[in-house]
Design a protein around this ligand. Structure first.
Ligand SMILES: [Zn+2]
Length: 84
């Protein structure tokens, strides 16, 4: 097993599966994320990937949603620049 620095007995260094931050966990722990936030992000990504693969209709809707959001965002930005 990988031995890094002064990790105490029964502990293990892993890299967060989302942001690759090193985390120290008990060797028998199933923890693979540094924080609930990273776990959430990864879960969401997994969900989207699965959805996208199994549901082309949903993938298209998601793309449209993204494009609409971007268009709106761009409009807001230019709007701010144009206003006095
Ligand atoms: Zn992380």
């Amino acid at each position: 097993m990988l031995q890094v620095g002064k990790v105490s007995e029964g502990m293990q260094v892993r890299l967060c599966m989302n942001c690759a931050a090193p985390i120290i966990v008990p060797a028998n722990s199933r923890k693979i994320y540094c924080s609930p936030r990273c776990a959430n992000i990864a879960a969401q990504r997994r969900f989207r990937q699965r959805k996208r693969a199994s549901d082309p209709e949903w993938a298209r809707a998601e793309l449209e949603r993204l494009l609409r959001w971007r268009a709106q965002h761009r409009k807001n930005q230019t709007g701010k620049a144009v206003n006095p």
